[in-house]
Design a protein around this ligand. Structure first.
Ligand code: KIV
Length: 266
């Protein structure tokens, strides 16, 4: 077991201490993130974009995810490892079980699924079988072709009401964590208060229980040269990557990141 468990994260929420999460895809960065005090390492399918150079996360396979989970596990001692089930790896209940088993056996402590109420059965079955689940609401990049681009979600009252209801239903189904991506800050705050499980935000304002960023983004690395509004370059003013990782953890813990300029309004 890592030093940080779901119980630790639940305790941090209850104590009002912010949770620091970063994406991580290899052993060296897992070790560096441990040194910096990052509590959750997300082996995100964003690796399809930042490591593989694709223009979306859709080409990533479960075997590729398992390869990176195993690498992260070898460098990690402290953090909880959360792994994304990639596009279409949880299209049926059977695929969900098989592919989650692959990621857990590679070293993940929890899996993340993108989607709303339709995931309730999958989450229930996984939780019953010993697989903790993080549900991902808001901008769900695997659905980029349905959403018509990488856009802020929950901006109108109907969408906001639906997202609040989905968050509560997924918690009731057994989700142990929630991730909100590109959601108006006020809505993210309401959802964070409405559920007991830790809520991690990216582009979701300052009031969530924790924050996550894509590692390459926060180190100021980009293939396209375009940086989303919610990203801060933590290499600015630092002389080392280790310094940037520590600055990220410190600013998340102090709630000085994200600032209002990194958030979205309704
Ligand atoms: O894949 C990923 O890196 C993610 C983050 C954007 C939250 O899901």
């Amino acid at each position: 077991m890592p030093a940080i468990t779901l119980t630790t994260l639940q305790g941090l929420k209850q104590q009002g201490e912010k949770i620091a999460m970063l994406t991580c895809y290899d052993a060296t960065f897992a070790h560096a993130c441990n040194e910096a005090g990052v509590e959750v390492l997300l082996v995100g399918d964003s690796l399809g974009m930042v490591l593989q150079g694709h223009d979306s996360t859709l080409p990533v396979t479960t075997a590729e995810m398992a390869y990176h989970v195993a690498a992260v596990k070898r460098g990690n001692t402290d953090a909880l490892i959360l792994a994304d089930l990639p596009f279409m790896a949880y299209a049926t209940l059977e695929q969900t079980m098989i592919n989650s088993a692959m990621l857990m056996q590679a070293g993940a402590h929890m899996v993340k699924l993108e989607g709303a109420l339709w995931l309730a059965d999958s989450i229930r079955l996984l939780a019953e079988r010993g697989v903790p689940v993080c549900a991902h609401l808001g901008l769900t990049p695997q659905a980029v072709n349905v959403l018509g681009g990488y856009k802020v979600q929950g901006r109108n009252e109907n969408q906001a009401r639906q997202m609040r209801a989905d968050a509560i239903s997924l918690e009731q189904a057994g989700a142990a964590m929630l991730l909100l991506e590109c959601v108006p800050s006020e809505l993210a705050e309401e959802i964070t208060q409405a559920v007991k499980i830790p809520v991690i935000g990216i582009g979701a304002g300052n009031a969530t229980d924790g924050q996550v960023l894509v590692l390459h983004d926060m180190l100021g690395l980009s293939i396209t040269g375009r940086t989303p509004k919610f990203v801060k370059n933590f290499m600015s003013g630092q002389t080392s990557i280790q310094g940037a990782l520590s600055a990220y953890v410190a600013q998340v813990k102090a709630a000085t990141f994200p600032g209002a300029e990194h958030g979205f309004s309704a």
